[in-house]
Design a protein around this ligand. Sequence first.
Ligand SMILES: NC(=O)c1ccc[n+]([C@@H]2O[C@H](COP(=O)([O-])OP(=O)(O)OC[C@H]3O[C@@H](n4cnc5c(N)ncnc54)[C@H](O)[C@@H]3O)[C@@H](O)[C@H]2O)c1
Length: 324
Amino acid sequence: MVYRVVLIGAGIISRNHLEAIRQVGTLEAAAVADTDESKGKALAEEYGISFYRDYEEMVTKEKPDIAVIALPHHLHASCAVWCAKQGCHLLLEKPMALNVDQCDEILQAVATAGVKLMVGHTQHYWPANIQAKQLIASGELGRLLAVHDTRHLYYYRDNRPDWFLEKAKAGGGILMNLGAHSIDKIQWLTDSRVHRVKASVTYEGPRGDVEGSGCIFLETDSGLSGVIVQSGYEGPPKDETELIFSHGMAKLISAKGLWISKGGEYEQVEPIPEEDPFVLQFKDLLQAIGNEQDPDSSGEYARSVIAALEAVYRSDRTGVEQHV
Ligand SMILES: NC(=O)c1ccc[n+]([C@@H]2O[C@H](COP(=O)([O-])OP(=O)(O)OC[C@H]3O[C@@H](n4cnc5c(N)ncnc54)[C@H](O)[C@@H]3O)[C@@H](O)[C@H]2O)c1
């Protein structure tokens, strides 16, 4: 069977999805919708698919099996609920929604419609992350005791779409967008859920009203401690996760690889063959649809990331530790 896919949102991430669809034999891209006509039409032409300005019209006419929702965060919930009601399986970009209440609306709509929902937590598919998860499970370096995750990325680049810097539309700044990846990465790597946080954020960016940096101290329900430090201000880019074990350490550098130390300098672990994370993500969704099971990155799972982020912002506001 070939599944027809439509894309809602023709922005930065849409190409990753369309390239992945090309590589998965059982998927066919049918159409793309975007309120920005020139952007949407150009993408549709490039990939030889239909263009619509209105996603409701597109879904009604195209009757796709799967809708990929790649919209600004404030539109995730309304779009996912509407598409679920039309009977589409959903690949909804991360973060799932602006808050837990919206996540619950999506979960309710998906359950009622009997469709599958996967949220695009692509961290699960990067080869070095997969190797790190295996390393933790193997016990080779002993017990995992702490995680230190750092992300530095200039967040105010001129071509960043404005909505990312508006709290009402993005739900938050660097933590909502990239912190969602860090929280997901820590939860997924360690098979645990963040259940306690103490966090503070800063608002020093040149535009917008979202936080430009944040520090999170967290604890998971397995008793693991973690620190996430993110900065969107000027500085050298960095995207690293250090894992501190009882008998060694590991360093995960995003999209680059995994290093381990059993004492002394880090040595790189032989990389595993790379497969496009967006391809693996679609394969996971297809398996979930075919086997009538929830994908790894289910709606319930993605809700836990939003619940942790809500607690982060609450902790910053109140100045005290928050339970998730
Ligand atoms: N998984 C990842 O690694 C990853 C990477 C980048 C972005 N993302 C996520 O993907 C989503 C989209 O991000 P992006 O960087 O592509 O943003 P973007 O701003 O480049 O794209 C969003 C698009 O949605 C369109 N749009 C807005 N309102 C619309 C509407 N009502 N109907 C149809 N189209 C509408 C905009 O015109 C724009 O083209 C976000 O949730 C983001 O966090 C995920």
